[in-house]
Design a protein around this ligand. Structure first.
Ligand code: A2P
Length: 346
């Protein structure tokens, strides 16, 4: 048996990864339909060694489909939600459109897999699973195993975020602006608000009234929803750095109950989807170049915060396009429709 699967935003940075992940994990597909804007209609993309033609997204595209993986921005998700759900097609949405909506499950399958099936429940299921923000998924993959044991009281996060979070065009901008910089040409930003080559800047998501940008607010609100704990205190400074597709995060975590560094390492070593990578003696820790293209979230540099009791520091690195987006979404679909969470390829 196979499922009819639609990718909305197939030509984008996440869209292409949806295809790679579906193929790699041998997701049971009867038919794959690729959709994007009219700009891409007629182009082809490779799936399982064959060319598949990209079609323009229309409201009738969901009829007869079982699963739609959306990554074409919030506006598109909002516009096409009704057509998708009314066609009886499960929507797994990578945008922020519905993440905080009551009744829409916000799922990281290693953490709250039971939520995924709620999307399809007869009474009250909304037919939508929201894929969390990439920075939030990557942080929580490392934090949830520790939270279960010691209870997180407060998180202070500093993030180092890749271009891919701003889409394919931002990745191209990073490459082209780096070339221009090295050629001595002026670097003119088009997609991102500031010159990107050999530079970094506070995250470019919209600023809110309290001085936090939306990305920082997402980490706070989405973490509370996923961990089902409204008492979590979270503050963050999110920064865009000139890296193509892998986010890094420095996390300072205060716990309600004592937890040793050794215990935290042991918990992380046995966590599904997490790899501990470090060589303390040579000061070598996971870097974006180690983790790009990897399914797992990599952690290390665990140490006791010398300035405060019950507090650990840790370093977390994850591929923004995989666990931060496409992989997590496909895993949600596996849990909801296929009934299993297949093993990652580490
Ligand atoms: P297209 O390539 O035709 O513009 P990214 O996140 O990398 O920027 O990719 C965004 C994805 O969303 C692309 O596949 C893009 O298609 C698609 N997209 C953007 N706007 C629309 C729209 N109005 N209708 C359908 N797909 C859209």
């Amino acid at each position: 048996m196979g499922l009819n699967v639609v990718i909305v935003g197939a030509t984008g940075a996440v869209g292409v990864e949806f295809m790679n992940v579906l193929e790699r994990r041998n997701f049971p597909i009867a038919q794959l339909t690729l959709l994007a804007s009219c700009r891409s209609a007629g182009t082809t993309l490779r799936f399982k060694g064959r060319d598949v033609v990209v079609r323009e997204l229309t409201k009738d595209a969901f009829i007869g489909q079982h699963l739609a993986l959306f990554s074409a921005g919030s506006g598109v998700s909002k516009e096409y939600r009704q057509a998708c759900v009314e066609a009886g097609c499960l929507m797994v949405d990578n945008s922020s459109a519905f993440r905080m909506e009551d009744g829409v499950p916000l799922v990281v399958p290693e953490i709250n897999p039971g939520e995924a099936v709620k999307a399809l429940q007869k009474n009250g299921g909304k037919g939508v699973i929201a894929n969390p923000n990439c920075t939030t998924i990557i942080a929580l993959m490392a934090l949830a195993p520790l939270h279960r044991v010691a209870g997180i009281k407060r998180l202070v996060a500093a993030t180092y975020q890749a271009a891919s979070g701003a889409g394919h065009a931002a990745m191209v901008e990073l490459q082209e602006s780096t070339r221009d910089f090295l050629d001595g040409k002026p670097v003119v930003p088009k997609v991102l608000p500031h010159p990107y080559a050999f530079n970094l800047f506070p995250h470019n998501s919209p600023m809110t009234a309290n001085g936090y940008c939306e990305e920082e607010i997402k980490l706070q609100k989405e973490s509370r929803k996923i961990l089902a704990d409204d008492s979590l205190r979270i503050t963050a400074t999110c920064v865009r750095v000139p890296v193509l597709r892998t986010h890094a995060e420095a996390l300072n975590v205060e716990f309600h109950r004592p937890i040793t560094v050794e215990h935290a390492y042991a918990l992380l070593r046995e966590s599904v989807g997490v790899t501990v990578l470090e060589d303390r003696a040579s000061n070598r820790w996971a870097m974006p170049t180690d983790v790009a293209g990897k399914d797992n979230v990599y952690v290390g540099r665990l140490r006791r915060d010398l300035s405060q009791d019950n507090t650990l520091e840790l370093w977390v690195v994850g591929d923004q396009l995989l666990k931060g987006a496409a992989l997590n979404a496909v895993q949600c679909a596996e849990v909801a429709l296929v009934g299993k969470l297949a093993a990652n390829s580490a």
